[in-house]
Design a protein around this ligand. Structure first.
Ligand SMILES: [Zn+2]
Length: 336
């Protein structure tokens, strides 16, 4: 027992070192949620090789603080929402194979009969592939502001591609009487359990085919969708309704959420799924950053400005202010 405790304490200590302070959010969550996205961009820094690590470590707070920027942007940029998901079940699993949906965006648009049709069901793998190209160009240009801006955003979209509920029309269980499962899986469970996870993954690999890697991430996440729903049903069958939900006061509204007891039982039933996906996502984010740097010709990062410029920091602050000031409104796609 003592041994276990020591090992456990060491692991938690290590994780706390890596995570630093990750504040919890208020309000609705998208994708991994505030906590998960910040955690993942942070973990990804530690997967980088020695040539990249000092530059990224010097900017780890920027990468953490801006990890959720693409979600905030949804309220002000109308074309933002589709970049975070893909409804694979609309197309069928074969869409994800190499002979399925075209990897070139323009070809996919032509195939489905227009951009609106494609956007309606989400474009996350194309978004990841596009941003990988942009990050490579930023490394080539030696542009610190662009590198950091794009790395933070790319980390977000890669992370979204790894969330099972970002790959299905039934993204919040709204079609199967499991409404609320989205935030449960990707926010509540990691927030409750991440201190017990072992999320350090070693150095990220070079991606020979980054576009295929983005599609493989979506395929892997989609393969987990079935158990995400089935296990929720199984645990629901074992707990009475009054133990399944609890009620929280938010402002003058009473919100029904999954209870802590249910959340923990569901987490156990998933058998490490959330932890595995987090670990996979952290490593994949690192792999995309690393691959962009290699494809740019492995530029020496010690010669660059080591921090974003004052102008870039101001722009980031303004963008976040605009997003929080924007009125809440219905958005197309995965918007519950
Ligand atoms: Zn997102």
């Amino acid at each position: 027992m003592k041994e276990w405790l020591r090992a456990h304490a060491a692991r938690v200590g290590r994780l706390v070192l890596v995570l630093g302070w990750l504040a919890l959010p208020a309000g609705p969550a998208h994708a991994w949620g505030f906590f998960g996205h910040r955690l993942l961009n942070r973990l990804a820094v530690y997967t980088l090789p020695p040539e990249m690590l000092p530059f990224f470590k010097a900017n780890i707070e920027y990468l953490t603080n801006n990890a959720t920027r693409p979600d905030s942007r949804r309220t002000v940029v109308p074309t933002e929402a589709p970049r975070h998901f893909m409804d694979v079940d609309v197309y069928g699993d074969s869409a994800l194979t190499r002979h399925g949906l075209p990897r070139a965006y323009a070809d996919a648009v032509a195939l489905v009969g227009g951009e609106d049709s494609l956007l309606r069901h989400g474009i996350v793998p194309w978004q990841v592939a596009k941003m990988k190209g942009q990050l490579t160009a930023a490394f080539q240009a030696g542009d610190t502001d662009r590198i950091l801006y794009l790395a933070a955003d790319l980390g977000h979209y890669v992370a979204d591609a790894c969330v099972p509920l970002h790959t299905t029309r039934n993204y919040n269980g709204q079609l199967t009487g499991q409404r609320g499962i989205h935030a449960l899986w990707e926010s509540r469970l990691p927030e409750l359990q991440a201190a017990d996870y072992d999320l350090l993954t070693g150095q990220a690999p070079y991606l020979e085919q980054p576009t295929e890697a983005a599609w493989a991430a979506v395929a892997r996440a989609h393969a987990a969708v079935d158990s995400v729903f089935t296990m929720e049903k199984a645990v629901s069958g074992e707990l009475a309704e009054d133990r399944k939900f609890s009620y929280e006061q938010r402002g003058n509204q009473t919100i029904r959420t999954y209870s802590r007891e249910f959340s923990l039982a569901y987490h156990r039933r998933l058998g490490g799924q959330v932890e595995r996906q987090l670990r996979y996502a952290a490593r994949l984010i690192g792999a995309f950053w690393y691959t962009a740097w290699v494809d740019a010709g492995q530029p020496d990062l010690t010669g660059l400005d080591q921090q974003p410029s004052a102008a870039a920091q101001l722009a980031a602050a303004q963008e976040s202010k605009a997003a929080s000031a924007a009125p809440a409104r219905a958005l197309p796609g995965h918007d519950e």
